[in-house]
Design a protein around this ligand. Sequence first.
Ligand code: UDP
Length: 248
Amino acid sequence: MSGSELAYKRVLLKISGESFCREGESGIAMAELSSISEQIKQVVEVGVQLAIVCGGGNILRGKQFAEASDTIIPSTAHYMGMLGTVINALALQDALESVGVATRVQSAIRMEGVAETFIRRRCIRHLEKGRVVILAAGTGSPFVTTDTAAALRAREIDADIVLKGTKVDGVYSDDPMKNPHAVRYTEISYKDVIAQNLQVMDAQAFHHCMEQKLPIIVFNYKKVGNILRAVTGDTIGTRVSAEGKAGA
Ligand code: UDP
């Protein structure tokens, strides 16, 4: 597939910490890591420039951890969460390289010896050379999530789209687990997401995308091949954009 046939040339993929572990578990499961790496490899092979923001929820979420502890103060807990994303990034790096995908890890928190520091221009240069850039440590600041990091980095590197991989098939009119009549939207506008109070990304992340008119595709990345389908423009999941019309 040539660059001109791709729906999106530069893509920011957000994968949550859950991508690294088995359903309901925590930590890193090799089978999950290898499955996500194979999917990413397919995307790189068609010539997409790919930056990945890793979540860290499989290791630690700052807010929950601080709430459950009398000792750890919230900002420390959030920094611990950010370090969790670095652990995932390093695992993903080796898994990708083991299947022949060239990578760089760039961290928002300086840690020479482990990863490069995120530098916008250097990140873009890696992408242009066909390397997958794994962006670790979120934004480098506490009290936000890696969704916000994904939206910010997507803006910075001029990504054409944010792909938000989730466990569900897209954005629904209501919680499909609770309401059997809930319908999945294939396209929806930012305005309608707000009007209907739908969950796409966290609020800050969503507003960054909306401000930049940066489309978001929410899709189920656990189905093998879906990441490739999303980047090649197949109708998949829910596409959120300025013009998107609400339609199931
Ligand atoms: N985090 C943070 N700043 C950031 C990104 C993440 O403080 O810019 C912390 C936060 O505590 C968060 C944790 O890192 O709970 C793990 O990230 P996240 O919850 O977004 O992971 P995911 O839900 O995607 O697995």
